[in-house]
Design a protein around this ligand. Structure first.
Ligand code: HEC
Length: 111
């Protein structure tokens, strides 16, 4: 039976959470609370066949920084741009680490 890794579970949670944030932004709400669970990207176990490469580490740090910026209420950058920047980093990491979910992740972008 297929058992999703901790990382796969976390990724699906991050997907669902970002979808919620996207809908809030479109509805004109400003998200203010960074979901602390996202920090688990630094520790969650990957599937057996994947390794926590240096590239993975570098991208997870960039991603967390970008995602935190979505909740930075003092930023002068439009919320849509900050959100799309964070989603762009999901995609950047996926381009080498795990290409399968990219079409799904692209649907998170705010047009
Ligand atoms: C630092 C690299 C990196 C970042 C950033 C990243 N991912 Fe992932 N993602 C991965 C890797 C590696 C896997 C495969 C995990 C495994 O199989 O253990 C994965 C798996 C997934 C999956 C498939 C999970 C499954 O059911 O198998 C989805 C969906 C996903 N990511 C969405 C996202 C979203 C949405 C974001 C941004 C909010 C994101 N990812 C950010 C590397 C990343």
């Amino acid at each position: 039976m297929y058992e999703p890794s901790e990382m796969a579970i976390l990724m699906n949670q991050m997907y669902a959470h970002n979808l919620k944030i996207k809908n809030e932004i479109i509805a004109g709400k400003i998200p203010t609370e960074f979901p602390q669970d996202f920090l688990n990207i630094h520790t969650a176990e990957l599937s057996d066949f994947k390794s926590r490469s240096e590239r993975f580490q570098a991208f997870s740090t960039l991603f967390v920084t970008a995602e935190k910026d979505v909740f930075n209420t003092e930023s002068n950058i439009p919320i849509e741009d900050r959100f799309n920047n964070a989603v762009g980093l999901c995609i950047s990491c996926h381009q080498t680490e795990c290409t399968g979910p990219i079409p799904r992740i692209k649907k998170l972008l705010i047009k």
